[in-house]
Design a protein. Structure first.
Length: 284
């Protein structure tokens, strides 16, 4: 009876987290990051690249964006017509910009980002425990067949197949889950692990690393009783993230819009030389 109770609990958690990972839609940036119709018309009608860069700099001036392209330009998506918030990327499969995008997962046929990253981690964790539990409970029957305590029959093939599949998935999930645990401990996404985010002072792979505990809280929230449940508890709204170095930028979660505007004024180019350094990131 105890085996069945544990089995059903793990099965319910496995299905619940998988359902949340699949049907929790990724969140797009808010309206204030989208270009207005007037700005779009002004931007598209302008043929001079340097003027287009100045237009983007003016729009981004009042937004809490601190990451840049590889050559120091404003991160802009010409498909979605918006200034990209920090850690936001365009998903070519979903055809939209996703807040704190990690990757597009074929397992759940969904884009993993700010809205469902916690659910995805829990899905991996409970899948790992589910496979381990099945392998552990089946292994004793495998030993009995191997030693001849049980007569050979049709169930022998079923036992061997179930044990093989459980172990195979357990090993695969162990590496995948371990990798994402490492990412969470460093406060990085999969995309940021391959390409470090660029700040005003240059690329920094640890730019969002706040320490192990705060990194966990950013994904799972401050309420520890909710950490193991597939309930939304991540900190923030996916648009702004605190940064490790205060010298790079003020903490966006602790500032108001007036401070954002001041930061934007500091970033506005003062001459054609600085304006030429602002490039547009185009998604291909």
């Amino acid at each position: 009876v105890a085996y069945l109770v544990v089995f059903h609990i793990l099965f319910v958690l496995f299905v619940w987290t998988y359902w949340k990972s699949v049907f929790t839609l990724p969140i797009q940036p808010g309206k204030k990051f989208h270009m207005s119709y007037a700005d779009q018309e002004r931007y598209e009608n302008e043929e001079r690249p340097e003027v287009q860069r100045q237009i983007l700099a003016e729009i981004a001036r009042k937004l809490p964006v601190y990451t840049r392209t590889g050559n120091g330009g404003i991160r802009f998506c010409d498909r979605c017509q918006l200034i990209k918030p920090d850690r936001c990327h365009h998903c070519s499969v979903c055809a939209m910009c996703v807040l704190k995008m990690d990757h597009h997962c074929p397992w759940v046929n969904n884009c993993i980002g700010f809205s469902n990253y916690k659910f995805f981690l829990l899905f991996l964790a409970y899948s790992l425990l589910y496979c381990l539990y099945i392998a552990a409970t089946v292994f004793k029957y495998f030993i009995k067949y191997w030693t001849g305590e049980l007569t050979n029959g049709r169930s022998k093939f079923h036992i061997l197949f179930l044990l093989f599949v459980a172990i195979m998935f357990f090993v695969s999930l162990m590496f995948l889950f371990g990798y994402h645990c490492w990412l969470v401990s460093r406060n990085r996404s999969t995309l940021e692990a391959f390409s470090a985010p660029v700040f005003q002072n240059g690329p920094d792979k640890n730019g969002f690393n706040l320490g192990f505990v705060k990194n966990l809280q950013q994904v799972f929230g401050e309420e520890k009783k909710l950490w193991l449940l597939p309930i939304a508890s991540s900190q923030g709204d996916g648009h702004f993230f605190p940064m490790r170095a205060l010298s790079e930028a003020r903490n966006p979660l602790l500032t108001n819009e007036e401070q954002w505007e001041e930061d934007g004024i500091d970033e506005e180019p003062q001459g054609s030389g600085e304006a030429s350094s602002l490039a547009i990131e185009r998604e291909t």
